[in-house]
Write a protein that binds this ligand. Sequence first.
Ligand code: PEP
Length: 281
Amino acid sequence: GRHQANDPRPSHFEYNGVRFGQDNLNIFAGLCAVDNPEHVEQMMKVLRDNGQVCTRMGAYKPRTNPYAFQGHGKDCLPYVFELAGKYGIKVIAMEITHESHMAEIFEALHQTGDPTGVMLQIGTRNTQNFELLKIVGRQQRFPVLLKRGFGITLDESLNAAEYLASEGNRKVVFGLRGMKTNMGDPHRNLVDFAHVPVVKRLTRMPVCIDPSHSVGTRAAGPDGMLDIAHVVAQGVIAGANMILVDFHPNPASALVDGPQALTLPELPYFLEDVAIAREAY
Ligand code: PEP
């Protein structure tokens, strides 16, 4: 079981030339939702100019409101993958909500000549979608980012990760993205980054933090703090191994979660803050 200290499973893995492990840190800055090729290209370019080889790109968006933008789905994959290749991106974290999305990603990668890699993301609304977990766990091609369920216990979320591993996929990163509470928190979700070392102690998985979905707003908090920057520092000092963070060339026009997206000129400052926090870890 995963609680055994002598678990022989490796605590790191390589994918498409990128190393994921409990002892290093990968940054996935990118678009919560792909909207058009121009914004994708602007994002990819700023990443390359800042030495980044990973990104996040949302094509399939699980939305609370059925009338809200649902993501471009498979239609955007060809240009997302081609532009990733053009700008040297090695791994794109991309959420899927159905097994058919995995097949569409597989097919689009093939059609575009495999210019990049994809890490399949299972979102907080699907943490306990056991049939999806089994199907994603049965394939070895793609590593998986599993988000913690926002309203279930940590143990239940770790069991969800075990579904992936027990089906054979051991390339799993565990993501903290804040918990839903109804207590008038200043943030969109209760930030749970103090659990980074807990998950690292209990499991062999690298741990990801998602400051964007945890905090929910780019604007200064009620007491004037730059909350996203602060929670990132907290998570990195706690030992986070991956950061998933929303950026957008023009947050006011973003189709999903614009208020929490950082702007492209902020990327170098963000990376500098992360580097300083990592020094303190
Ligand atoms: C996301 O990362 O785009 C997302 C929807 O996250 P979560 O599943 O944590 O809400």
